[in-house]
Design a protein around this ligand. Structure first.
Ligand code: G3H
Ligand code: ZN
Length: 288
């Protein structure tokens, strides 16, 4: 049986990170899976509460499991940014391999209490499930934002991170290290990049010794990503870049074939457009 924990630990030994790509339709799933197979690199597919609502919780888990089994390939499914225990439990019962329990908007003590409760409930359903907790402020959604939020006050403190990991029993920590969800317009145009606090990542890793996830990967400087992985990041989440590519691919196909009504003749353009982004990100995360 392929386990996400084994894959993450092996990747850590190899000094590489696993790509986590969010999906909300079959175009995105196909693009992500095709890219991972082409490079023969393991991947995690993520779906937030809203993405799960759109595709169906059990349906996403079943699709990913079927790819894993039919192709004997290391593809896993993560219930991303889950804000309530019932939603987390629903994900665990549906067969998700990992759950991001996100109570980061709450004060520290409450975040600890809610996350600890989630870890216990989820491990009781599936002892092999990985639970990720979040500490710090990494901004709002995977959208194109007009201006950058002020995230400096919400950066994760390494001592607090250790306390959070020890008190909750999480398997994975998502810290705030200069990362933010979504992209600015200037990032979509490629004029500006996100930069990371590499020293803070290294301090958090040495204090906690747990697996670390970098959220908000879209628009991040390539060199910063390489250094972040070397400093202890094990998983990198990418969503907005895929959404932009999805839309561009679709628009291009519709413009090129204005009379076409057959979905499987239009959608491959969107698949190719997203796949190009995933290939480039996976190559970087995989140290190639
Ligand atoms: O959980 C999702 C990610 O953190 C995505 O962030 O849209 O900035 O790539 P992103
Ligand atoms: Zn995220």
């Amino acid at each position: 049986m392929r386990l996400v924990r084994d894959v993450l630990e092996q990747a850590q030994k190899n000094g590489i990170a696993i790509g986590h790509f969010n999906i909300s339709d079959l175009v995105l799933l196909k693009a992500v899976f095709d890219a991972a197979r082409e490079l023969n690199l393991p991947i995690v597919v993520g779906a937030s509460q809203e993405e799960r609502n759109f595709m169906g919780v059990r349906q996403i888990a079943t699709l990913v499991q079927s790819l894993r089994e039919d192709f004997d390939f290391s593809i896993f499914v993560n219930a991303d940014h889950t804000h309530s225990l019932p939603k987390a439990v629903e994900g665990a019962r549906a067969g998700f391999d990992a759950i991001v329990f996100d109570a980061s908007a709450l004060p520290f003590e409450e975040n600890v209490a809610r996350t600890k409760e989630a870890v216990e409930a989820l491990k009781a359903i599936n002892p092999l499930i990985l639970v990720e907790g979040e500490l710090g402020d990494i901004g709002t959604g995977s959208q194109i934002h007009d201006k950058a939020p002020d995230l400096l006050k919400g950066l994760t403190n390494p001592e607090e991170a250790k306390q959070f990991v020890d008190s909750t029993g999480i398997d994975i920590l998502a810290p705030a290290v200069g990362n933010m969800h979504g992209m600015l317009k200037s990032m979509v145009r490629g004029e500006k990049k996100k930069h990371l606090d590499i020293a803070r990542i290294a301090q958090i890793k040495s204090a906690t010794q747990v697996l670390l996830t970098l959220h908000g990967g879209s628009g991040t400087d390539d060199e910063d990503l390489r250094k972040a992985i070397a400093a202890g990041i094990n998983i990198v989440h990418v969503k907005t870049e895929l959404r932009v590519a999805w839309r561009h691919g679709l628009e291009g196909a519709l413009a090129e074939r204005p009379a076409e009504i057959v979905p499987y003749k239009i959608l491959p353009f969107a698949v190719e457009s997203v796949k190009r982004v995933v290939l480039s990100r996976l190559n970087l995360f995989g140290g190639r």
